[in-house]
Structures are given as C-alpha cells and as structure tokens.
Write a protein that binds this ligand. Sequence first.
Ligand code: ATP
Length: 236
Amino acid sequence: MKKEVLMRINKLSKYYQMGEVKVKALQDITFEIYKGEFVVILGPSGSGKSTLLNILGGMDKPTAGQVFLEDEEITAFDEKRLTMYRRNKIGFVFQFYNLMANLTARENVELATEICKNPLNIDHILEDIGLCDRKYHFPSQLSGGEQQRVAIARAVAKNPLLLLCDEPTGALDFKTGISILSLLSKINKEYKKTTIVITHNASIANMADRVIRMRSGKIIENKINLNLVSPERIEW
Ligand SMILES: Nc1ncnc2c1ncn2[C@@H]1O[C@H](COP(=O)(O)OP(=O)(O)OP(=O)(O)O)[C@@H](O)[C@H]1O
C-alpha cells in the first residue's frame, strides 16, 4: 500500500545568534511524516528536538527551509493563519501537562474544543481514555498520570491531523509512563492520529513505526522500526 505524506520538512535550519556565536539548533533537515504513523524523534539533550517540534507546531519560525502540511506551506503562514493551524490541525502534549488549575478535567478538555472547528465528543473521549470517574476533579486532585491523560484527551478532542508530544512521560514514574505510552499507541491506532513523540529515552523508540535520530541539529538516522515492540513490553 502506498504511504501518503502528511508532512514534508524540507531543508529546515534554525540558527540563534548568541553574541559572537551562532548556535545551529537545526541544520538542513529533510524528512517526511506519513499519515497514520507513530514516529519517535530521538536525541540527546541539545540535539534540536524541541526546536524542531516548535517549528512543526507553528510556535516558531525557521531561519531557512519549509514545512508543508498536506499541500500547505505552514512556514509561509502569517500569525493569524498560524493561530488557526495550531488551533485546528495540531494536538499538543507536553511533559508538564499544562492544565488550568481552576478548571475540572472535563472543563480543561471542553475549553480546548470551544475554539476549534471539528471537535470530537468530550465525554466519549474521557471515557475511552479511562477518566470517566475523574472528570469532575480538579488537576490538584489527580495523579501525574491522570493529569497527563487529561492533557491527551484535550489534545485528541480537538480532532487534530497531527499529535505532537514533547517528552510525554518525562515527569512520570516508569509504570505510569508505560500506561501513557499505551494510551498514545491506542489513540494512534483507534483514532488514526498521526503521532510524533520527541524524547531522549531510547527505549521508547522500540514502539515507533519509524525512528528519526538527531544529533547536533542534524538527522543521523531515519529508519522504519522492523522490531516493533508493544508499549507494555518496553523497559527502561
Ligand atoms: N531561544 C534560544 N536561544 C539560543 N539558543 C537556543 C534557543 N533555543 C534552543 N537553543 C539551543 O539550540 C540547541 C538545540 O536546543 P533544543 O532545546 O532544541 O534541544 P533538545 O534536543 O530539545 O534538548 P532537551 O532534550 O534538553 O530539551 C541547543 O544548543 C540550545 O542551547
């Protein structure tokens, strides 16, 4: 079956001028993301993962190069179109959940869906994600794993084309981390959401359809994972 390209990244570079020194956070990066894939972008601290994710998510602009989502060049968007892009096309999951402390779990998800075009049914997602009996709790009444589930529900409820996850298990213990990875895998398959996870944790790469390895702002490897391991069997 021919794979359809969802996102095309073409000769992307990002430089920061720090006084006399030019920091090359991304150097001439080119790759494609296919529809339905679960991709892990793996690299040590400082390799450029967050810089890349911020550009793919429309939160930052590159120094050079382009990013296309389907046929649209997002790197050519003005601020207004970037806002719509972030709102409607991308679901974000961060290491530290970023929930609103004064809203319940359900309200956190609801708030995100109120401003986007094609939201999914909130209660259905909360049930699917295992938060049915927790939806009227505030973040402070939830464990870290439960808070991350709310953050995932919030991202998925927007019905985005792409889920961007930045170290989604970084603040969690091993067992809870695995349950979050299982959930992301389920969302990828059942909701057919193309998913990119960035991490420095090499074990997580075992569950990816494709692994892109970065070092010093460059891609050093981009390969299909032939030994796919289910999240429940990952260890670190
Ligand atoms: N706003 C900025 N100004 C100057 N340099 C920056 C800025 N953001 C990132 N960098 C530099 O760009 C390089 C890549 O950083 P980036 O945060 O993308 O790496 P990373 O792989 O995500 O690291 P980590 O896993 O620690 O978050 C680093 O050398 C970093 O110091």
